[in-house]
Design a protein. Sequence first.
Length: 134
Amino acid sequence: MNCYETLFVIKPTLTDEETAAQIAKIKEVVAKNGGELLATDDMGMRKLAYPVQKNDRGYYTVLFYKAEGTLISELERNLKINEDVIKFLTVKYTNTKEMAQFNKLVDAANKSVEKTEAPVATEAPTETEATTEA
């Protein structure tokens, strides 16, 4: 199995729920075709370098996964026919240096997800601690 990174840009006119549904649909294509999703990096709404289909902005998402080469053609076919995806790019990682960079990107994406999902736990002093300090 090879390591791949697919970046795709979704139209900015979609609601948050519609955007999440489009991302889930693309993840489902990867899973159905035997791909192992390692990490997802939702980069959010960003300005495009140049207008694409009359859009100046887009919602960027990057998927990091391991899969056979046959998955790529099916994934790109689905991205092409999806009217809400305005751009996409797939990169294959092969040699040792590229694999090291791929692993760093996956770790960074997983750490950013952990930071956003981890609740902030602030402990308030208990009643007995508060009275002894006063």
